[in-house]
Design a protein around this ligand. Structure first.
Ligand SMILES: [Zn+2]
Length: 335
């Protein structure tokens, strides 16, 4: 039984008996231990946005259609946002300007969907049901957008963190996108599958490793690896943006003379990634490399006036980059 069948059972009044399915109860300990703090689960929210649509953004782009769907949002401690021990009034003012103060940091999760020439391509698959109750809404959003999981031909992963990968499985641990080829950078796959990765990972993040290993091995027959610079699919180029993870990749969709870059988590905060790009972020696995990557990426986006979609930018995460003083700023655009 997959999630949609589960939902229809629930609608028929049979849900209460099924709600104790193992996958749902298993999600709680994993969540509470993630960052060493306890968070009350947030009830699963509707995949529909304020205007009653499941699609946050939709535009024709060249010969294809580019949509952004929401997987919900994350619920993180504010310590995830900035390094400990930094007391900088300017930085504090910036966070206040972007309303990034308070008890929790709740970044959006934007999934880009590209449809062209018979292909339906997802860029990451969201968090699934076992990471955080505030995320994992992609299946409902796809359903409302009229896209069945079986019709997805390709999934391109920016990296294998839970909020990007764990949605490969449905509530019942079955592979959700049975017909899709799952594209991942060779270095990213090698890193998560290496025997010593678990022992080298701090305890607070070991669930990331176990979760990535189990999902990537479950999906093994569907997995296809690429390298930086490869044309992963016709018109889609893999851009090296390592640092957040060892094989983190951004994907450029080229149509004629125009391009849109799906940046994943290479630029993951609307304020700090742009206005303090050199500042090491606790969100990145290799903070020094991630900062170098950010600087190069921002320079390219601003110089080439290339549009971008950021996974954790305010929904829908579509916009461009402008130079500002010695740094940059994100300028959101609507379709
Ligand atoms: Zn992320």
């Amino acid at each position: 039984m997959n999630r949609r069948e589960f939902t229809s059972l629930a609608l028929m009044g049979l849900g209460s008996g099924v709600a104790s399915a193992p996958a749902l109860t298993r999600s709680l300990p994993a969540e509470s231990s993630l960052f060493g703090r306890q968070y009350a689960p947030v009830p699963r929210q509707s995949a529909l946005n304020a205007s009653g649509s499941s699609t946050e953004f939709s535009t024709e782009f060249g010969e294809g259609q580019l949509n952004v769907l929401s997987d919900g949002h994350l619920q993180l401690p504010v310590s995830f946002l900035q390094p400990a021990g930094i007391e900088d009034t300017e930085l504090q003012e910036l966070l206040e300007r972007y309303q990034l103060t308070g008890d929790a940091y709740t970044p959006a999760c934007n999934i880009s969907v590209w449809q062209q020439g018979g292909r339906t391509v997802l860029f990451d698959v969201g968090a699934g049901s076992q990471f955080m109750m505030s995320a994992g809404q992609l299946p409902e959003a796809l359903d409302a957008a009229g896209i069945s999981p079986e019709s997805v031909t390709d999934i391109i992963l920016t990296h294998a963190h839970p909020d990007h990968l764990w949605g490969l499985l449905d509530d019942f641990d079955d592979l959700l996108y049975s017909n899709a080829t799952i594209h991942i950078h060779r270095d990213e796959l090698d890193y998560w599958q290496a025997e010593d990765t678990l022992s080298r990972t701090p305890e607070s993040r070991q669930s990331f490793v176990v979760g990535a290993q189990s999902r990537l091995s479950r999906a093994e027959e569907q997995v296809s690896v690429f390298a930086s610079g490869d044309e992963v699919l016709p018109g889609i180029e893999a851009v090296d943006t390592r640092g957040h993870t060892p094989g983190h990749t951004s994907l450029a969709i080229h149509q004629g003379s125009e391009s849109v870059l799906i940046v994943g988590d290479a630029l993951n905060n609307v304020a700090l990634s742009f206005e303090y790009p050199r500042l090491p972020s606790p969100a990145d696995q290799d903070p020094e490399q991630a900062a170098l990557t950010r600087m190069a990426l921002l320079d390219r986006l601003a110089s080439e006036k290339m549009r971008m979609i950021g996974f954790h930018m305010p929904t829908p995460g579509f916009g461009r980059v402008e130079r500002r003083n010695s740094a940059y700023r994100f300028v959101a655009e609507s379709a």
